[in-house]
Design a binder for this molecule. Sequence first.
Ligand SMILES: Nc1ncnc2c1ncn2[C@@H]1O[C@H](COP(=O)(O)OP(=O)(O)OP(=O)(O)O)[C@@H](O)[C@H]1O
Ligand SMILES: [Mg+2]
Length: 251
Amino acid sequence: MAKVIAVTNQKGGVGKTTVSAHISFALQEAGHSVLHVDLDGQGHSSIYISGDKAINSRKGGAERIFDRLEGLRGDATPCGVDLLHGHLDLGKLDEGEKTSADALALRDYVKSLPYDYIVIDTPPALQLRQFAAMIWADVLLVVVEPEEKALRGFMKVKEVVELLKSKGLLAADYKWRILFNKVDGRIAEQQKVVDGFMESYKGIVIPVPLAERKALINKAYSARVPVWKFKDTPKDLGGIWRGLPSLLGVL
Ligand SMILES: Nc1ncnc2c1ncn2[C@@H]1O[C@H](COP(=O)(O)OP(=O)(O)OP(=O)(O)O)[C@@H](O)[C@H]1O
Ligand SMILES: [Mg+2]
């Protein structure tokens, strides 16, 4: 049975794509078979993983999972992660007639796909694609930034997680985790937010926040390599990103 890791938050730009791609890279490098499912029409994690800039203009990606295709595998990519890519047509899934109950009916199918891990990147909207990823997840990872607006978004995600849970739609033994990204430890306000969360959500907040490193993260993305393989990356920083699966408790 594949272990499913869903990376979510309805807030845009917090780092879902960057984090999900790095979890896939790290699990693959650790010798596991990985399917990356990009449910976001922007296809940014698909571009990162496949190196194909135009991939989000082609259909035949992540929607295949909703079609319950027999023998489904992702497409092989040069980095070794298999991919069900994101593309602009995926928005139709949210506009169609599929419901959370349909997503629930697909959970066993998703978990039976022939991979050790399935990592799902989601679009920044609390609609079917994000609900489906939550419903399929063994580990539901909410990426947040330490600023007020992002935290308000987090509260909405939390409400949805609690609602799905109360309706019996989440996996029985699912775990949820909160990961702070883009943290500047020199800014006292940010540190205060992180510390407050560590206190309120003990055991749920990942104790190592990811530092704000815009230039480096963007250069690694442009070079289509994980941040730890990028030449300018300090070893300790690369080690934190590479260690995300361990920090999540899935390795
Ligand atoms: N730790 C970081 N430090 C600085 N910049 C970062 C960091 N992580 C991600 N970014 C940058 O922030 C931007 C948004 O990141 P990303 O696309 O991963 O977010 P997202 O949550 O997937 O966005 P969307 O909601 O649009 O899908 C990107 O330019 C990315 O390179
Ligand atoms: Mg994204």
